[in-house]
Design a protein around this ligand. Structure first.
Ligand code: DC
Length: 222
């Protein structure tokens, strides 16, 4: 059985998960959020107080960590050693830790099989940083979704203030720039556009416009 795989890569806050989730729902594919897998490992390390800068310390505890996923009403749930941690991994602290640990080869290696196996056995829309370049080099459709730093920071700021979280636009922008730098300049599987990926800048596009574009690219490719 050949499955249809759509890879969506791009920097933090470009709207990957919103678009990927929407397109997956419309096509009846499963949505695989690979960032959530890195976040799950990051949560474990934060709880244990492991320093992400010490690769040997991280490698030593990795065998204790079982990351698995489950779908509830089409929504991906992250399980950390059987505990559903989906509600705990969305904080900035966990995101920043995830970006640090994602630079470690041992961590990437641990998640590779899980990601590839999901794509081998299901039609997927998978989002992350290295899906088109590294995890699914044969994906039938690859998208590199980005937006200006200002747009991404503004979106995040609005999302948080709407939730009643007290935050500063400048601080969010700084965090995003730092994460971009970490994700784009690491040695292993850095965030770069795959040669055969379609570049989409969502700065001046609505969610519906981006989703429509991805859908039409998908139809052209089938
Ligand atoms: O997409 P996100 O913000 O949930 O991802 C959290 C971090 O995980 C991100 O800063 C980089 C890392 N990541 C990665 O290195 N490779 C992926 N495929 C997905 C995420």
């Amino acid at each position: 059985m050949t499955t249809y795989n759509i890879a969506i890569d791009g920097p933090a806050g470009a709207g990957k998960s919103t678009i990927a989730r929407k397109v997956a729902k419309e096509l009846s594919y499963i949505y695989v959020d690979t960032g959530a897998m890195y976040r799950t490992i990051a949560l474990y390390l934060l709880r244990k107080g492991v320093d992400a800068a010490q690769e040997s310390a991280v490698a030593a505890v990795l065998p204790e960590i079982q990351v698995s996923i489950r779908y509830e009403d089409q929504a991906q749930q992250m399980l950390l050693n059987g505990e559903n941690v989906s509600g705990l991994i969305r904080t900035e602290e966990v995101g920043n830790m995830a970006s640090k640990v994602a630079a470690l080869p041992c961590v990437r290696e641990k998640l590779l099989d899980l990601q590839r196996e999901l794509a081998r056995t299901h039609d997927v829309v998978m989002d992350g940083r290295d899906i088109g370049t590294n995890i699914l080099p044969n994906a039938q459709l690859k998208i590199y979704l980005t937006a200006s730093v200002e747009t991404r920071a503004q979106r995040r700021f609005l999302e948080l203030t709407q939730k009643g979280v007290d935050c500063s636009y400048e601080k969010i922008k700084e965090d995003i720039e730092k994460r971009d730098d970490q994700d784009m300049h690491r040695e292993i599987a850095p965030l770069i556009q795959a040669k055969d990926a379609v570049y989409l800048d969502s700065s001046d596009m609505t969610i519906d416009e981006v989703a429509e574009k991805v859908r039409s690219l998908c139809q052209q490719g089938r």
